[in-house]
Design a protein around this ligand. Structure first.
Ligand code: SAH
Ligand code: SF4
Length: 354
């Protein structure tokens, strides 16, 4: 099929095309989707209602499981981080976060999975562990979706909330992201409600506009971290390409197409972006697009100089926002202790450990 990386899971239409190429009747598509997404088959061999010849032809070209679990950090009732190996021996991480009321107003039965979209990241934000080693490659749609299937198998829990806040910039991997969104939200797929899916981006303006055109009512989070160009450029090189004003124009377009409030992610870094004046500018910005703000005290990353402000300063920052009528949460970080907080995902590749 010429695929550079195995594509074990396909969208409904890709599968239909493939089966036609193989001269198969179209109802095989529904059978295969059922095996993959509902019965969670681990091998083509299990698909007992398919002709054996078709099974072995597909098995050769499309290994069903592209990810191998190699390590779990964390325990039963806390955040768990799974280290997963890709077919080309690289590693990614996926983080399962138990109920976290501070995050997007979740109820206590929620299980949120924080998935990776790339190996590494090309955007080089100065505070972020994922970008430290640069960009390696995009994940395929199958590799994105497999993180969910595997996390459910490993934990025995149903993932009912999904955030694209692991390693990578999802909007820089747009085609695979949108195929993965189809697999995740469709009735024939994992059937997770689009409203429970959040795509987080550092602010790629053209792709935000493209994402706004997708039919699914997904949520959008923007890694803002600076309310004005001067502050933002200090820590996010992407701002040179897409300055704050342009970004907010794109967010207004998003608002015209989608119903749900945008979330502005804002890491509080001492001496960089956490002053009351900066809070004031952020409040105006947030109000202009009716966004809510998620404040995240900075998580220490080994090798980076930044530190989080003290609790008092964080609370004062939040107060400026709430006084201006902006809904703001000060995020209760989970997983900090195992380096699994989103944005702390980085692999010590040479050891294959976390
Ligand atoms: N590339 C996308 C999605 C992955 S980053 C994006 O940037 O939005 C997921 C989130 O973790 C982002 O909001 C990111 O800014 C944040 N983050 C990165 N490093 C962090 C750190 N050291 N402490 C807290 N949050 C961090
Ligand atoms: Fe990449 Fe997002 Fe980290 Fe920036 S914050 S380096 S865009 S993963």
């Amino acid at each position: 099929m010429g695929a550079r990386f195995p594509r074990p899971m396909l969208t409904q239409s890709q599968l239909a095309e493939l089966l036609e190429e193989q001269g198969q009747p179209s109802y095989r598509g529904a059978q295969i989707l059922d095996w993959i997404y509902k019965k969670r088959a681990r091998s083509w061999e299990e698909m007992s209602n398919l002709p054996p010849a078709l099974r072995s032809a597909l098995a050769e070209q499309y290994p069903l499981r592209p990810l191998t679990h190699t390590l779990t950090k964390g325990s039963e009732d806390t955040t768990r981080k799974f280290l997963l190996q890709l077919p080309d021996q690289r590693y990614i991480e996926t983080v399962l976060i138990p109920a976290s009321p501070a995050l997007y107003g979740e109820k206590s039965d929620r299980h949120t999975l924080c998935v990776s979209s790339q190996v590494g990241c090309a955007y080089g934000c100065k505070f972020c562990a994922s970008g430290l080693d640069g960009f390696t490659r995009n994940l395929t749609a199958a590799e994105i979706v497999s993180q969910i299937i595997l996390a459910e198998e490993l934990s025995g829990e149903k993932v009912n909330n999904l955030v694209f806040m692991g390693m990578g910039e999802p909007l820089a991997n747009f085609t695979n992201l949108s195929n993965a969104l189809q697999m995740v939200t469709s009735d024939w797929g994992l059937k997770i409600g689009a409203r429970r899916i959040t795509v987080s981006t550092s602010g790629l303006v053209p792709q935000i506009k493209k994402l706004a055109e997708l039919p699914q009512q997904i949520r959008l989070a923007i890694s803002l971290h600076g309310p004005d160009d001067v502050t933002r450029e200090k820590i996010m090189p992407v701002n040179k390409k897409y300055p704050v004003a342009e970004l907010f124009d794109a967010l207004r377009i998003w608002n015209s197409k989608k119903n749900q409030k945008i979330t502005l992610e804002y890491i509080l870094i001492d001496g960089i972006n956490a002053s009351p004046e900066q809070a004031g500018i952020l409040a105006k910005r947030a109000r202009s697009i009716r966004a809510k703000v998620n404040l995240i005290p900075y998580n220490t990353v080994e090798g980076l100089p930044w530190v989080r402000p003290n609790d008092e300063d964080c609370l004062r920052f939040k107060k400026v926002l709430t006084n201006a009528g902006v809904s703001a949460t000060l995020r209760l970080e989970k997983g900090h202790d195992i380096n699994a907080a989103c944005g702390q995902l980085r692999l010590k590749k040479e050891q294959g450990t976390l």
